[in-house]
Write a protein that binds this ligand. Sequence first.
Ligand code: SAM
Length: 292
Amino acid sequence: MAGSEVKADLWIKEYITPWDVYEHGITKILAYQKTPYQEMYIVETGAYGKALVLDGKWQSCTGDEFLYHEPLVQPALICHQAPKSALVLGGGEGATLREILRWKTIERVMMVDIDGEVVQACKTHLGEMHQNAFDDPRVELVIGDALNVLDTTQEKWDIVISDLSDPIEEGPSFQLFTQEYFQQIQSILAPGGYLVVQAGPTSPAELKLHARLVKTLRTVFPHVASYCSAVPTYSVAWGFALCSTEPIDTRPDPDAIDRLLAEKTTGGLRFLDGITYLGLLQTPGHVRRAIA
Ligand code: SAM
């Protein structure tokens, strides 16, 4: 068939539904490990650069991760306007840290990832993603279960970012997508704080998880905005849920956002600016209806 010349000998498949598989062609395996928590590959892909794959799920690729990490991180910080502290739950690759550290107001970030071996492999092989964020003096890296950290932390955080692996039943993050867990997060948010959750795909065939998560979050937070960004690695638009006790302005003035980003960040965003941010916050109709 025209346009279907196949170049790769090696493919990593992600099973999406009983009827759908995504696969990307691999040119090189950079690291492979069975850690106590998950099976990890770091690979070089033919189309999207270097990638992290955990338990057969594509986490991010250097070629398009900015389409995931900027929308994951920036809206919460933009809404806050002057965040000083941020807690990252999960976040293996370090790209979430990188995005937070763009903000000049940020004084402290704690990242809690359960899997030290995955984090170490990302530090070694995915420099393009973390850009040495782990060495920033504002960052504290904790290797541990986010559940335990939430049970013990006394601190209040301006921003909490849940950048955990998808909630698959046998996976290490399953319990972290529940109402009890979201209530715990609410209790450690500083007044005027924001939580953002990576909240699954928004394609019609897989929308249930996103809709269920947003509905659960709405039982805990008075204001929850659902939004999504198209990420080629995942083959679908990925969903996020932004939560707060404060109202979320989903019709901001793009020029004011550009001015805020120019003043408060060190710049370098590739996806997000005022106009893109305004568009990003408009929940597509099929997603709004699924949530309703
Ligand atoms: N972009 C991603 C995706 O596609 O789902 C998520 C990013 S990140 C790689 C997910 C991280 O969550 C992994 O590094 C994993 O070790 C971590 N993780 C999973 N369960 C966890 C838990 N209970 N506590 C802390 N970190 C956890």
